[in-house]
Design a protein around this ligand. Structure first.
Ligand code: ATP
Ligand code: LTN
Length: 327
């Protein structure tokens, strides 16, 4: 079985876009690949974050992933900071990277170009730590958004450099950027993606939103004045977005929804989708609350850390031998 690895930064609440674009995909991947999913808390502190927020985000994130159907018997779920080999190999990878390479990374470049204050050295050395995350596990595939592709490419460069300088040690990973996940757009401005940092909260449905409030957001979603129910993302982006949401959450193909609504109005369709979202969130949150109170999160993370450490420690021992740390 090929191995797949992904890291998630615990920096905010999850929304329906994250679910449809990422989490529901992971759920499929866990059956096809040997999955490793970790909470990238070491990456999260590259920008200041309060301890209580980091703690809460981490716990919520794990509980939500489990509630969404990630199965710890199929996927290894763990905290980056629980496996010390990440920080250890991160340092080695930092020393394998050239200043120029890191200066070219868009994430860092954008922030410095904007003249942002308080940029940490951690933000600068974030990519070699990410390379370590991936290389420790000999991952074949890393599913990433376009913004992260550059980081996986640097990972490949660093792995090849190490293999060449010492001897064959790391598998060269492939980024997986195929557009498997559908994109969800803001309910208020369907030309922008649904995002946790959007200014209008009515445009984003959080997975922990009150289900009744989420239904209201669907009812007041921006559509158009064409008045015909059809799937036309170009001219009716708001409607197309609602159809995507309904289709992914129920499994019913878009064409079938469209044909059921022939000659009917947007209001009726919104009512059905509002109910779908209401039911989806109600079920999800019930599972989430049960998981949070059951102690399951700690249990999963403990087991995940053990499994991940076993593999990662083996790799770091090999690296320490090759670079001359082990005398
Ligand atoms: P930000 O608001 O800071 O841009 P975000 O809410 O877009 O953050 P990320 O943390 O960047 O979320 O993304 C986590 C994962 O969710 C990524 O795999 C990303 O592709 C996916 N994702 C995020 N937003 C959407 C969306 N609107 N539609 C589909 N997938 C999304
Ligand atoms: N940089 C990623 C999070 C991340 C990651 C990784 C993803 C850290 N380490 C390793 C895949 C593999 C982000 O900002 N979403």
């Amino acid at each position: 079985m090929k191995r797949m690895l992904s890291g998630i930064k615990p920096t905010g609440r999850l929304h329906l876009g994250n679910y449809i674009g990422a989490i529901s995909q992971f759920k499929k991947y866990q059956d096809e690949y040997e999955m490793f999913i970790f909470i990238a808390n070491e990456h999260a502190i590259t920008v200041p974050i309060e301890a209580k927020d980091l703690r809460k985000n981490t716990k919520d994130l794990v509980a939500l992933y489990l509630a969404c159907g990630l199965d710890p018997s199929k996927a290894t779920i763990f905290l980056q900071s629980d496996v010390s080999a990440h920080a250890k190999l991160g340092w080695v990878m930092t020393c394998m990277s050239y200043m120029g390479e890191l200066q070219r990374m868009t994430q860092y470049k954008d922030k410095t170009a904007k003249g942002e204050a308080g940029i940490t050295a951690g933000l600068f050395t974030y990519p070699p730590l990410m390379a370590a995350d991936i290389l420790l596990y000999d991952a074949d595939y890393v599913p990433v958004g376009v913004d992260q592709k550059q980081h996986v490419e640097l990972t490949r460069t660093l792995a090849e450099r190490f293999n060449h300088r010492y001897s064959d040690t790391f598998k060269i990973p492939e980024p997986l950027t195929t557009k498997v996940g559908q994109k969800v757009y803001s309910l208020q401005d369907p030309t922008k993606k649904m995002s946790k940092s959007a200014s209008d909260p009515k445009g984003t449905i959080d997975l922990l939103d009150d289900p009744a409030a989420a239904r209201k957001k669907i009812m007041s979603a921006k559509t158009d004045s064409i008045g015909i129910i059809q799937y036309d993302p170009q001219d009716q982006p708001g409607l197309a977005n609602l159809l995507t949401i309904q289709s992914v959450l129920t499994g019913e193909p878009v064409e079938s929804i469209v044909s059921r609504y022939e000659g009917k109005g947007y209001g009726e369709l919104k009512k059905e989708i509002g109910q779908t979202v209401f039911d989806f969130l109600t079920d999800l949150q019930a599972r989430y609350n049960e998981i949070l109170t059951s102690g399951k999160v700690d249990e999963v993370l403990k087991e995940g850390a053990e499994k991940a450490s076993f593999i990662a420690n083996k790799k770091i021992r090999k690296v320490y031998k090759k670079i001359g740390f082990t005398i």
